[in-house]
Design a protein around this ligand. Structure first.
Ligand SMILES: Nc1ncnc2c1ncn2[C@@H]1O[C@H](COP(=O)(O)OP(=O)(O)OP(=O)(O)O)[C@@H](O)[C@H]1O
Ligand SMILES: [Mg+2]
Length: 412
């Protein structure tokens, strides 16, 4: 984008002179000039065009002079840099302008070389301020996300750890319980063989408790408890894999394990609930080598992208714009020196307008409380800055979205 300069002057020839003087830079799209003929017009132009980088203004003008304009700018656009132009003899006005925070001044008649130097100097300063602001915002985003993730990570790791003990003693005891129950049932059968005609009280009780059914069902019941406990155990392992914030350096990691542990955590969102159908997950995993990476942050990227896909599917279901089965498709593949993970949903998709801001920190289309708008900006940062990888996407409204995560196998 060219740097945009608003020139405010009531002398028309200046407009032509400036266009002529800077025609090369204008053609090369380095500079763009817009013109106003007095302070009032300048304020109007600034209202409709928020992207002006600097203002170059004459002081003596009809309707609203340059000093009044400066006063207004100081109030409404304090960050906008202004250079004033006036006769050298007008030292008093120049001083006044400088006191109103003008960035610099030029004297008339304008020396174009001087003008160019002043413009460059001013734009450099504008650029510097923008860069500092960008950095500040980035640091702020990182801090918020780090805080969010480290407390989430700690919580998850803590819960996983706490669950582990009770799970292992239930699992251990269940095995014994199964043996004991089998013994008791065996003994019961022995009794039944040797005492086929129990007293009426026992006979009645056998019928009341449906002994046959009970002895058949009890081992099955224990079996399904074992399956359940095995599943809890796997979840706790997955939680620990997911929150692996333990590594400060890169380690070799199985990407599929990362994807699976993240999916396990999100499993409750895949199931059907109320009117919402279940979300189908299709996996196309190809053989992949282990990858050198930070597992915790990488899982965080998977998490953010899955969560977005689920939101997009839910939105499409609510709006009734989805005709096929709501699906998330995960594929992995090798590219000469990188691994790629493709995560596609057939949800709501994105308009051009959303796409243009997608990775901007704090950009969200979700209601307050639901989205912070940090998920993708932090994910891209994790991919690019931490892993030297990439995060790209393809999307169209109504058709869905595919995110492509690319991780170099070996990091430099
Ligand atoms: N798979 C997707 N399909 C459709 N829109 C998406 C998808 N992924 C992201 N978006 C759009 O991009 C926006 C920004 O996503 P991002 O993950 O950065 O923030 P968020 O999901 O709104 O909030 P959070 O910080 O909780 O992740 C979303 O609000 C949504 O509009
Ligand atoms: Mg998100």
């Amino acid at each position: 984008m060219p740097a945009k300069i608003l020139v405010v002057d009531d002398e028309l020839p200046l407009e032509r002179l400036i266009c002529q003087q800077f025609r090369k830079k204008i053609r090369a799209k380095e500079l763009e000039f817009i013109f106003a003929h007095n302070g009032l017009e300048a304020l109007d132009k600034l209202q409709v065009d928020p992207h002006v980088d600097m203002v170059l203004t004459d002081i003596n003008m009809p309707e609203m002079d340059g000093l009044t304009l400066l006063e207004r700018l100081k109030e409404f656009e304090p960050k906008l840099k202004t250079v004033v132009v006036t006769a050298y003899s007008d030292m008093a006005k120049i001083r006044k302008a400088m006191n109103l925070d003008a960035f610099d001044f030029l004297t008339k008649p304008i020396d174009f070389q001087d003008l160019e130097i002043t413009i460059n100097r001013t734009l450099e300063s504008v650029q510097q301020i923008k860069e500092t602001q960008r950095q500040l915002q980035q640091v702020q985003t990182q801090l918020i996300q780090k805080e969010k993730m480290s407390s989430l990570g700690q919580l998850v790791a803590g819960v996983a750890h706490e669950i582990n003990n009770p799970v292992s003693f239930i699992a251990g005891n269940l095995c014994h319980a199964q043996d004991y129950i089998e013994d008791i049932i065996k003994l019961l059968h022995l009794y039944q063989e040797n005492y086929p005609d129990p007293v009426p009280a026992i006979q009645e009780e056998i019928e009341a408790i449906e002994l046959d059914y009970l002895t058949e069902d009890l081992p099955k019941l224990i079996g399904s408890m074992k399956v359940g406990i095995e599943r809890i155990y796997q979840i706790s392992v997955a939680l620990r894999t997911f929150s692996r914030s333990d590594t400060t350096s890169k380690i070799l990691f199985d990407i599929h394990e990362g994807i699976e542990s993240t999916l396990l955590i999100l499993r409750h969102r895949l199931k059907a609930s109320g009117d919402r159908p279940a979300i189908v997950v299709i996996k196309e995993y190809r053989d992949l080598p282990q990858v050198e990476c930070y597992p915790g942050p990488l899982n965080q990227v998977f998490m953010n992208i899955f969560a977005n896909a689920l939101d997009a599917l839910e939105e499409a279901i609510i709006k009734g714009t989805i005709e096929e089965v709501p699906t998330i498709k995960i594929s992995t593949e090798m590219r000469s020196d990188a691994v790629r993970v493709l995560i596609a949903d057939n949800g709501i998709g994105m308009t051009e307008e959303i796409k243009s801001q997608l990775f901007a920190p704090m950009f969200t289309t979700k209601p307050t409380g639901k989205g912070t708008g940090l998920g993708l900006s932090i994910s891209r940062q994790i991919m690019e800055e931490k892993h030297g990888g990439q995060l790209t996407y393809i999307s169209a409204p109504g058709l869905g979205t595919e995110f492509i995560i690319e991780i170099p196998i070996q990091q430099l």
